[in-house]
Design a protein around this ligand. Structure first.
Ligand code: HPA
Length: 269
């Protein structure tokens, strides 16, 4: 795996027009931001050696080098989900490559079901911590030299970036919730009993991504900011049927505000 990472990184290094230190995973909710990127070079995942290929509806697969405002960035348009059948090593492969390319800060977004009774559909939740509920650990196996065998997970979500989000939110009147994101394998949404259990466990929101990427980024010493759009509610008495389409619809409505927040954070960080 290490050789493959090196091979992919070398291939990209020989082509990349800029040397960004900031990367953004344009998950659900950040599609809008993609349109604001002044693209210098975009490469489809299928053309990148060793890269897995995204298959899920609503996610295309491209690695983008460009500028957001006046900042050089690297963006992943489309990510790899465990439920698609990828191994954890594949899901987190791009993060390992990012590290090799010199990325120091990672922004990541997702959609999730809120289990906190104070949340509403359309809320944005700054991820302050996570619970890893995936059945396979991304650091399982031989340790990579990027970090320790037993990594501390205290500040997996960078406190300074959270503070920056709060400052910008207050300035711009953007309402932000804060909470713990629990990552599950999917692809089923939760039963009412599962939502209840996750809430008792300490989760404010539950989704099917992000946790593996964050663990690997943290192991690489990359600072992370995570944000989640609450697209449905797993709160007793408020649970209704969920579909992928509804998740997309709820996320789309929030996109412009989300883009504004992240754009401003990238500018100031
Ligand atoms: N559960 C899991 N993943 C999700 C949800 C949910 O309720 N909503 C959006 N992604």
């Amino acid at each position: 795996m290490y050789e493959k990472i090196q091979e992919t990184a070398s291939w990209l290094k020989a082509k990349m027009p800029t040397h960004p230190t900031t990367a953004i995973i344009l998950g659900t909710g950040l599609g809008h931001l993609a349109e604001e990127i002044d693209v210098t070079m975009a490469i489809e995942y299928k053309d990148i050696p060793n890269f897995p290929i995204s298959t899920v509806e609503g996610h295309s697969g491209k690695l983008i080098f460009g500028k957001l405002g006046d900042k050089d960035i690297l963006a992943m348009q489309g990510r790899f989900h465990y439920y698609e059948g990828y191994s954890m090593k594949e899901v987190t492969f791009p993060i390992r490559v990012m590290y090799e390319l010199g990325i120091k800060t990672l922004y990541v977004s997702n959609a999730s079901g809120g289990t906190n009774p104070n949340f509403n559909i359309g809320d944005m939740m700054v991820i302050t911590d996570h619970i890893n509920f995936f059945p396979e650990h991304p650091l399982h196996g031989k340790n990579f030299p990027t970090g320790p065998r037993f990594p501390d997970m205290h500040d997996a979500y960078d406190p300074e970036l959270i503070q920056l989000a709060n400052t910008i939110g207050a300035e711009k009147g953007i309402k932000l919730q804060h909470g713990v994101y629990l990552g599950t394998q999917g692809p089923t949404f939760e039963t009412p009993a599962e939502y209840r259990m996750y809430h008792i466990f300490g989760a404010d929101a539950v989704g099917m991504s992000t946790v593996p990427e964050v663990i690997v980024a943290h192991h690489c010493g990359i600072k992370v900011f995570g944000i989640s759009i609450i697209t449905d509610l797993g709160v007793e008495g408020k649970i209704v049927e969920v579909s992928h389409e509804e998740v997309q619809k709820a996320a789309n409505a929030v996109q412009p505000i989300m883009a504004e927040l992240i754009r401003e954070m990238v500018r100031r960080s």
